[in-house]
Write a protein that binds this ligand. Structure first.
Ligand SMILES: CC(C)(COP(=O)(O)OP(=O)(O)OC[C@H]1O[C@@H](n2cnc3c(N)ncnc32)[C@H](O)[C@@H]1OP(=O)(O)O)[C@@H](O)C(=O)NCCC(=O)NCCS
Length: 227
């Protein structure tokens, strides 16, 4: 396994604080489970929080896709991926299917798409750029492994407030135009992800009315066949 380790500084109220992105391991499981509980409060279903078996699969099946971020030595967030074969012509899927409900036993070492199983940052450490740093680290994995893309279904937790007025497609359009802001969708756009479309029944998630916005980031390096 190739290990990821990036030391840098993030700015908290104008002051640099030491940060580290690294692969998470078994000893981190209790912290990761606690962070998920903080990150996905009700109405999000507690059954969807990480359990030890899922985390064990992440660190054994695809350890390069299991990343966490530490601030001053304490884990503040994590991001997890799985390799899949994705056919852009048939983009419809559910989170359960494509991640095997977070167990990633469908992980395909030859898959060319790195699918995001989860990204979460502790509420008290949000808006410091930690989520974006985790995303950039996962782009590094895509480039390093010469994959085609990073892909994921973003939650649209602000949608339930607008569901009576607009379709999820119109909501996505309004967020892209900058007329509306969504806590997850706007974040993913800022991270360089491009929306591909809306997926119905993506995840049991009241706030998003069970919709997800499928968003990709393509590996900018291509192989050109020279004639
Ligand atoms: C989505 C999530 C991971 C983002 O994490 P984060 O660490 O807050 O992300 P960032 O700090 O990189 O970006 C968040 C916002 O803070 C802003 N920000 C970043 N650094 C900042 C700074 N120094 N000062 C002010 N704002 C800042 C970003 O511009 C971004 O704004 P935007 O939402 O308008 O794009 C986090 O909100 C989360 O865990 N949510 C709950 C779990 C969830 O829904 N996950 C997504 C599943 S699909």
């Amino acid at each position: 396994m190739t290990v990821y380790r990036r030391k840098f500084y993030v700015f908290n109220q104008g002051r640099p604080v030491p940060a580290l992105i690294r692969n998470y391991e078994q000893r981190d499981f209790p912290d990761l489970i606690r962070i998920q509980q903080e990150c996905f409060p009700p109405p999000f279903l507690s059954e969807l929080w990480w359990n030890t078996k899922q985390l064990h699969n992440h660190v054994t099946l695809f350890p390069e896709g299991a990343l966490c971020i530490e601030i001053n030595g304490e884990i503040m967030g994590s991001m997890t991926g799985v390799l899949v074969d994705f056919d852009p012509k048939h983009p419809d899927h559910t989170w359960e299917d494509i991640t095997d409900s977070g167990y990633i036993s469908n992980h395909n070492p030859n898959g060319k798409t790195l699918y995001v199983v989860d990204i979460s940052v502790r509420p008290s450490y949000r808006k410091l750029g930690l989520g974006q740093w985790l995303m950039l680290a996962m782009y590094d994995v895509v480039v390093y492994r010469r994959l085609d893309r990073l892909l994921g279904g973003g939650r649209i937790p602000g949608y339930h407030k607008k569901a009576k007025e607009m379709t999820p497609e119109q909501y996505l359009e309004a967020v892209i135009k900058g007329e509306l802001k969504d806590p997850v969708l706007s974040f993913l756009l800022r991270c360089g992800r491009i929306p591909i479309g809306i997926v119905n029944n993506y995840l049991e998630d009241t706030e998003s009315s069970n919709y997800g916005a499928l968003m990709e980031w393509k590996n900018p390096f291509h192989t050109r066949i020279l004639k």
